[in-house]
Design a binder for this molecule. Sequence first.
Ligand code: MLT
Length: 412
Amino acid sequence: MIPVNDNFRFLEKSYLFSEVGRRIREFKRINPEKEIIRMDIGDVTRPLFPCVIESMKEALEDMSEEATFKGYGPEQGYDFLREAITEEDYVKRGINISSDEIFVGDGAKSDLGNLGEIFSKDCRIGLMNPSYPAYYDDNVIDGRIRITESGKRLNLINLECLPENNFIPSLPREHVDIIYLCFPNNPTGAAITRDELKKWVDYALNQGSLIIYDSAYESFVREGDKARSIFEIEEADKVAMEVRSFSKTAGFTGVRCGYTVVPKNLTGKFANNETVSLNSLWLRRQTTKFNGVSYITQKGAFALYSKEGRRCIEENSDYYLRNARLIGATLSEQGFEVSGAVNSPYVWARPKDSDKDSWSLFQELLEKCNISVTPGIGFGKSGAGYIRLTGFNSYENTRRAMEILQSKNPGL
Ligand code: MLT
């Protein structure tokens, strides 16, 4: 028999959202008449913007004519999109990024997983706890986070995010090579001020660390002192990459498109101490293993950088934020301790006077209210006792779910 990657032995049996989906399907199988209001995985419900559809239709027309047909595109994305991203997301906001630092990909999840290939297996990893589960799983699969037979996790430094620190972790006391930061945060919804983020950039500059900054939820930032991009901090281009996605901002969860910024100032070293540019390493990886995002998809994403596209993103994010705020307010009334929903579509909550575990809360909400949520423990041990709800359903469904919650008063 073929030997396989042993690291898979140390993962949970299923990925968090697969397990949530399995339990929902099982509930539906037993209760086919029940309609579940989904507030678990952060999947959007509103359709693509008309300007995106128009642009995709034009791209399809291009594909139908010999003169404008496109075959393989550049692996790192078409210039028209890379230039629009550079201009609108960075240069116009006073950030000095150039288009050859932008790599268009098929979404944040793939880039986050694939980036690991350019780093040594010996890197020590700092993860916010709780955090998006893919960061941990990716590093276990790669063999960077190693789990001993007695269950000890080597090379992992937990950056605790608790109510006591407003879910913004303290700087590690030891050396960490790669730090994953996500703001606005999934799952806690916390956003970070520029002053707080500067401390992380300073830490990375002092320690020679790299920050992988996940800003998939940047369009939800509403408070002026909160950062949308790590590159708002001076010198961050010496220590950080930024991963972004059009999934939540523009309804691309099914279309698949995002991008990663890999500044040319970032360097690493091979085992023989030879210095190498991370930008060129990532380009080398992408050109070998990726054939780029489809022309039609990139044309769709390009429309997001028009005036109308910008307006739609703002309006779309406001719509989901309004849902999140309704969820937050209702849960507070119902005796939950609540955070998030201000600069984030996520609501992070736990019942005030209860020591129920996250999966029990998940099950009770599913059975009593027919609402599906994500159990906080799935994001790490500091998520124990929490649940995460998303504002990504329709306003009507969100309101209905909250009415059910109020009327059934599940007494969690
Ligand atoms: C989530 O629910 O945390 C996200 O939808 C997962 C993802 O973006 O892959």
